[in-house]
Design a protein around this ligand. Structure first.
Ligand code: NIG
Length: 378
């Protein structure tokens, strides 16, 4: 197949952008790109001079949940603070939902993410918090994506109130053992009101021993040890990074841990936007993700996240686009996505615009004309 008549092609390779470009796709992968008149092919998609970008790589979502927390959001907009405890509201609703209804809800959210241009997505468990309910969530997540994360350590459930260490033992023991067949990652919410540094380390070490890759919710609600723990443990990603000290930034810059920022979370929780410019200038790898979840960020709009990262976090538009594509891929330790060139997956977006600037220039106006995954329009 050939996609031709591309006005502007963003490859994320050394040459960056090609004008009047074409792309050849075979067996779900890009075989070649070039400019001028396109080679012949069996099938052709005419991009009509619009801009083509790599599909968004969303490396942080919580798509599997039931229930509604819009009232909590509305109260926050009226001045109430965001608290980790709201997670338990979703836990009650998720435990009460049938497997079919959870699957239906999550599948609809995945379709929404595809329409928003997301072509690779990470999905976490974390609203079940019993072995049975976490496994159900992981099964649903597994039916949506290969990038599945076990987040049994999301918050201490009510039935373990005052016995957090017992819950940590369960998460790092029997629950982890049951989760391993479905997950490739393990994550912990390392925060006041969730799990402290030592408990987080215990869970991450158990996950690593079980063969899972590591990621961490770090420094979301206040300064803390999360980012440095993530770097110390060699996590693929430290996520949120809302409150960063100079030491945190130095640690990230000297590591292979990606700093993943979630701008829609600051928007939805009215927290301060972190200064991503400083982090990038220090030499750290950065990613942007949606954090789609019912409590702190109920959106699949990567375009909104890019716009916020540009407007509020100090990135240029191309830096934000790279963070939402190549950055997300690095946060998932993937080399086949987030760029477009010979050997990459054919995961891409045709924008309804002549340039990616429109993702920010036209805030709130959908700019995704077509999402193509593995060479197939979805
Ligand atoms: O990444 N921080 C922990 N987990 C989610 C929030 C979950 C919730 O409030 O339901 C997050 O923001």
């Amino acid at each position: 197949m050939v996609i031709d008549n591309i006005g502007l092609l963003v490859t994320n390779e050394a040459e960056g952008e090609l004008s009047n470009a074409w792309m050849i796709i075979e067996d779900a992968h890009v075989v070649d790109t070039g400019t001028g008149s396109a080679p012949d092919a069996d099938r052709r998609i005419d991009a009509e001079q619009r801009c083509v970008i790599p599909g968004f790589v969303d490396s942080h979502t919580h798509l599997v949940f039931a229930g509604d927390r819009s009232a909590e959001f509305a109260a926050r907009m009226g001045g109430e603070p965001y608290e980790a405890g709201g997670i338990r509201t979703t836990v009650h609703a998720t435990r009460a939902a049938s497997l079919e209804s959870l699957r239906g809800l999550a599948t609809a959210r995945l379709a929404e993410a595809h329409r928003a241009g997301i072509t690779t997505i990470e999905v976490k468990s974390g609203y079940g918090l019993t072995t049975e309910h976490e496994i159900a969530s992981l099964q649903v997540a597994r039916s949506l994506t290969d990038e599945v994360t076990f987040l049994g350590a999301h918050v201490v459930p009510d039935e373990y109130a005052g016995r957090a260490d017992d819950y940590v033992r369960l998460v790092s023991g029997a629950m982890l053992e049951a989760a391993v067949p479905y997950a490739s990652w393990i994550d912990v919410f390392c925060e006041r009101g969730a799990f402290d540094e030592e408990q987080s380390r215990t869970v991450l070490e158990a996950g690593r021993a079980a063969g899972l890759g590591l990621r961490l919710h770090a420094n979301q609600l206040g300064p803390g040890h999360g980012v440095q723990l993530a770097v110390d443990m060699g996590c693929a990603s430290a996520d949120h990074c809302t409150f960063l000290s100079n030491e945190d930034i130095d640690a990230l810059a000297g590591s292979s841990t990606v700093a993943t920022f979630l701008p829609a979370t600051e928007f939805s929780t009215k927290q301060p936007y972190p200064d991503v410019r400083r982090v990038l200038d220090a030499g750290a790898r950065v990613a942007i993700s949606t954090n789609c979840n019912p409590g702190s960020s109920y959106t699949t709009s990567m375009s909104l996240c890019i716009a916020l990262a540009v407007r509020e976090m100090g990135l240029t538009i191309i830096e934000a686009l790279r963070a939402a594509t190549l950055g997300g891929a690095a946060a998932l330790r993937r080399e086949d996505v987030g760029w477009l060139g010979a050997g990459s997956r054919a995961d891409l977006v045709i924008l309804d615009a002549p340039s990616y600037d429109y993702l920010v220039y036209r805030p709130g106006v959908p700019q995704i004309a077509s999402t193509i995954i593995g060479g197939v329009p979805v």
